[in-house]
Design a protein around this ligand. Structure first.
Ligand code: PEP
Ligand code: MG
Length: 534
């Protein structure tokens, strides 16, 4: 018996079953330099493979948005041109050309700082495997054919592998690579399959048929458990399932304090799929729509129409308020199609509202799209990283300018749309009373507020133990923001990670927080904690 502790839980749950070791086929391309005469033949091979892959993806895309994105990448002109250029110009055969172009594409994503964008490299590789499978005549192992209860152990799993899984047979997943925001994690979560990712070296320890227990709540794997541990895990599994059922029941109970105050439980989302996933948790609304993902996933600045379509769908989906944060780019978030000048201190640099106010035309495109969507739901606009009254006033003036334009064009929008701000800079804390007079709502961004108040980089592992939103300075700042907001009668929410931490619930309730906004996976747990406290 051996125990392995794991940092990253991608999908919660408890499992105990035998190992199914998933070994990938050999994807190495048959490297071949071709002659001029073979160019046409290799181009035709690529065209056939691409057509076959597009057909496969079209079927999958009808049911799953992840494959709709894959279809778009596979149809990308740059991908097609890149491969053809290697065949004609560099005289490489189709396999080698595909392999190289896919690696180059994936490397662009992998080099990004943002964890979510980094993971998109895996999607590109998945498409590459589909193409190579056609070119090499390989049949990928079908995980949908597994007949008995297993825990899959793999180097990594790609969306094309995971989509076939059945939770009836696949009781757990362990991968050596991959992150919690990878599509594999997302799919596993949607199927409620306990999943642990980034478990380095686990394949060496596991063999097909070996028994394994996993706790994807605490991040523990037990290899070859003894009889007592095995029994223990069966009990834990039952307990976990009962807990899930209990949490589900609590979704029907509104979180109202003893003095009758309703606490809003909202979701943080990056796209409309996230909203759909959060809806079963009976959310009161969206406290943070990170609009930057719309920009990061694109190959160009999204147009007003493109943004409008997304925001309108989001507004229609949202039961109540939909808080759209204007572009929060810069810092650790880049755009592949925009050249950000290298900065000494990106987190103290040209980011968020600073960029929007400096690139007003781009800002207006976004604001017009949000305003148009506001005719379809309870939309609110939130400005990130505000440090001065001038910035807040300037941002509000741009909104007003867009409103006047839309009015003149006869386009509908919500006249009363609320304009609020993120409270995530020390300046916003110190000026909270002034801001509360001119903002319609506050949302506390503890991720940045903690790093700026404590001068501790939120992404630096070396000083991670010093980064804490329970630091008295951060807690005091939160109290001041809530007090200042309430003095002026505005609602104060929180959309930083602290809002999704059950340990923080007592102090935040005590300080009078009105709204907790967090990733969907935390909502049930925070609701339970709030209800227990009321
Ligand atoms: C925050 O800073 O707390 C926040 C929610 O914004 P982000 O994490 O996107 O910077
Ligand atoms: Mg922030």
């Amino acid at each position: 018996m051996e125990q392995v502790c794991v940092e990253k839980t991608a999908s919660r749950g408890i499992a105990a079953a035998e190992v199914y070791k998933y070994l990938e086929p050999d994807w190495t391309p048959d490297r071949m330099i071709i002659t001029e005469e073979q160019v046409g033949e290799e181009q035709a091979k690529f065209a056939d493979a691409r057509e076959a892959v597009m057909k496969e993806l079209e079927i999958l895309a009808a049911e799953n948005a992840i494959f709709a994105a894959h279809l778009e990448i596979a149809g990308d002109y740059m991908l097609q041109e890149g491969v053809n250029a290697k065949i004609t110009g560099e005289k490489k055969n189709a396999q080698l050309a595909v392999h190289e172009v896919i690696e180059e594409f994936a490397a662009i994503f992998s080099a990004m700082d943002d964890a979510y964008m980094k993971e998109r490299g895996a999607d590109v590789k998945d498409i590459g495997k589909r193409l190579l499978a056609k070119l090499k005549g390989i049949k990928r192992p079908d995980l949908g054919e597994i007949q008995k209860e297993v825990i899959i152990a793999a180097k990594d799993l790609y969306p094309s592998d995971t989509v076939k899984l059945s939770p009836e047979t696949v009781k757990g997943i362990i991968t050596e690579e991959g992150g919690v925001t990878s599509h594999v994690s997302i799919i596993a979560k949607s199927m409620n399959i306990p999943t642990l990712v980034g478990v380095k070296g686990i394949l060496e320890k596991l063999e097909d048929g070996m028994m394994v227990c996993m706790d994807a709540e605490k991040g523990v794997i037990i290899i070859d458990p003894d009889a007592v541990t095995w029994k223990d895990y069966q009990a834990k599994k039952k307990e976990y399932e009962e807990k899930c059922a209990r949490l589900k029941k609590l979704r029907e109970i509104p979180a109202v304090t003893k003095n009758g105050k309703k606490i809003s439980l909202c979701a943080n989302v990056g796209n409309t799929e996230d909203i759909k996933k959060a809806l079963p948790m009976k959310i009161d609304g969206v406290g943070l729509f990170r609009s930057e993902f719309l920009y990061m996933e694109n190959t160009h600045f999204p147009t007003e129409e493109e943004q409008y379509q997304v925001y309108r769908e989001a507004a229609r989906l949202c039961p109540q308020e939909l808080t759209i944060r204007t572009l929060d780019i810069g810092g650790d978030k880049d755009l592949s199609y925009f050249d950000f000048e290298k900065e000494e201190n990106p987190f103290l640099g040209w980011r968020a509202i600073r960029i929007s106010l400096d690139m007003k035309d781009m800002f207006k495109v976004q604001l017009r799209a949000i305003l148009r969507a506001s005719a379809f739901g309870q939309v609110r606009i939130m400005f990130p990283m505000i440090i001065s009254m001038e910035e807040l006033r300037e941002a509000k003036a741009v909104v007003e300018e867009c409103k006047q334009e839309l009015k003149a064009e006869g386009i509908a929008y919500d006249e009363q749309i609320e304009l609020g701000m993120m409270m995530e800079t020390p300046a916003s804390v110190l000026l909270a009373e002034e801001f509360a007079k001119e903002a319609d709502f506050f949302s506390i961004g503890t991720n940045d507020l903690t790093q700026y108040l404590l001068a501790v980089d939120r992404g630096n592992k070396k000083i991670a133990d010093r980064y804490s939103y329970f630091h008295p300075a951060v807690v005091k700042a939160i109290g001041q923001i809530i007090q200042a907001g309430h003095k002026e009668g505005i609602k104060v929410g929180m959309c930083g990670e602290m809002a999704g931490d059950v340990k923080a619930v007592p102090v935040l309730l005590e300080l009078g927080l009105d709204e907790f906004s967090m990733s969907a996976g935390s909502i049930d747990y925070v609701r339970e904690q709030i209800i227990n406290m009321l």
